[in-house]
Design a protein around this ligand. Structure first.
Ligand SMILES: Cc1cc2nc3c(=O)[nH]c(=O)nc-3n(C[C@H](O)[C@H](O)[C@H](O)COP(=O)(O)OP(=O)(O)OC[C@H]3O[C@@H](n4cnc5c(N)ncnc54)[C@H](O)[C@@H]3O)c2cc1C
Length: 406
């Protein structure tokens, strides 16, 4: 199918993985991205996996040992701050911009259309026409919806699939290493830490500095704290200082200060003092409501969904970026190797539908004790989640669990 045209909606990591691979396979590709600004500035930490490095290698993006801070495993702490378990697993903890930027640099800029929001998608099964809010029109043999968890493409092709709220949020923040206390740096900073508390869980780890530094003193600390926020509480958190409710997520500067103060007060009450810096020294406090997106199909004629548009597993699984890459590899290989678009779509769905569903189910299991308000993850014996097992099976591709009998 060399020479065919694809339009990709969404120019984040999933869209760029797919776009770069399709260009390698001889396709003509346009990426339509609604954001005006470069997406590299999203400041979050990304735990990297060997499979992600392999995808970069396949794209011809050279390995780079400076993309993250290496840790030697995960450490579980109980609510008093005592270490209760450790699991050896070398991992590199990187940052969003070190994933996004090389993918963006590799893609031809003339075909990356910033500030273009897809508004209409019409398809006759063979050719699709996309119209953007700024009046641009694109025709394509294949449309790839890589437009994230609130996907506009999914709303058109599968309006019945809606994100479902888990009942809890992740409070997140990043601190500069230099601002953290001696005690925190000595006892907590270097761990990939899982702090188990009543119906809540904090994950924290070191990451590279804003300038990419992985040297002591120039790094940062990233935390996310899963915390219950049932219905009305979530609405309150998402209501800005002017009374407007921001469905799905509120920009940090608009959040009512009392919610940030409540996070600090809860930390003081629920967390051992050794962890307080993670919350109190963070530059900003971000809230991420935790949703599941569980699709029953990911291809619709000549339209395919990848990444978060197809499935969103809770961050306990920690492989959103990798999954976007794996979806992109599977789809673009199928388009390169099959003789027709329908054959490629069938192969892609066959390869990635169950994998996506499994990661959503896995995330639900890992977060079940928070969702259900249980004191500890091991309190429901059906899930078999004592902390020593939880730290082994969190933050990893689901396939690892099957391969390694975890
Ligand atoms: C705070 C936070 C922290 C995270 N931490 C991690 C982590 O540590 N590890 C990990 O693996 N994953 C993490 N994730 C998840 C990860 O970021 C996502 O899984 C990943 O970005 C999915 O990539 P994507 O390309 O499918 O979607 P997205 O990155 O969501 O990108 C979708 C893109 O589509 C664009 N778009 C949407 N609608 C339209 C439209 N109509 N027209 C044009 N463009 C449109 C958006 O502007 C956006 O750029 C985190 C997510 C968040 C929010």
């Amino acid at each position: 199918m060399n020479g065919k045209r694809a339009v990709i909606i969404g120019g984040s990591v999933g869209g760029l993985f797919a776009g770069n691979f399709l260009i390698k396979h001889g396709w003509t590709v346009d990426i339509v991205e609604q954001a005006q600004a470069n997406l590299a500035s999203r400041g979050t930490g990304i735990a990297r996996h060997d499979e992600l490095e392999a995808i970069f290698k396949e794209l011809g993006i050279p390995p780079d040992d400076t993309v993250g801070v290496d840790v030697n495993g995960r450490t579980a702490f109980d609510r008093t701050g005592a270490i209760i378990s450790h699991f050896d697993l070398t991992q590199r903890l990187g940052a969003w911009n070190r994933v996004f930027q090389p993918l963006y640099d590799a893609f031809p800029k003339a075909r990356y259309h910033n500030g273009a929001r897809m508004e209409h998608l019409e398809t006759n099964g063979d050719i699709s026409t996309i119209t953007t809010t700024d009046g641009r029109k694109f025709e394509a043999d294949v449309v790839i919806g890589a437009d994230g968890f609130r996907s506009s493409v999914r709303k058109i092709v599968a309006p019945e699939i809606d994100p479902s709220y888990s009942g809890y949020v992740a409070w997140r923040g990043v601190s500069q290493e230099a601002n953290l206390s001696e005690e925190f740096r000595a006892n907590v900073f270097h761990h990939y830490a899982f702090l188990f508390m009543r119906s809540s869980l904090l994950i924290g780890y070191p990451m590279a500095g804003e300038d990419g530094s992985i040297e002591p003193g120039g790094r940062r600390y990233n935390y996310l704290w899963y915390y219950p926020a049932p219905g009305q509480q979530l609405t309150d958190i998402l209501t800005d200082t002017g009374g407007k409710v921001h469905d799905y997520g509120i920009p940090p500067p608009l959040m009512q200060p009392e919610h940030v103060e409540a996070v600090r007060a809860n930390a003081k009450r629920d967390m051992p003092a050794s962890f307080h810096d993670a919350i109190n020294m963070a530059d900003t406090t971000i809230v991420q409501p935790i949703y599941d997106v569980l699709s029953q199909r990911i291809t619709f004629g000549n339209v395919a969904l990848i990444g978060d548009a197809a499935f969103v597993a809770r961050p306990h699984v920690g492989v959103g970026v990798l999954k976007a890459g794996q979806d992109a590899v599977a789809l673009t290989k199928a388009l390169a190797e099959c003789e027709t678009v329908p054959a490629a779509m069938a192969r892609y769905e066959n390869e990635r539908l169950l994998a996506g569903q499994r990661s959503v189910w896995h995330g639900r299991d890992l977060g079940s004790f928070i969702e259900r308000g249980l004191d500890r993850p091991e309190d429901d014996p059906n899930y078999n989640l004592p902390p020593e097992r939880a730290i082994k099976i969190s933050g990893r591709p689901v396939e690892h669990m099957f391969e390694q009998g975890l």
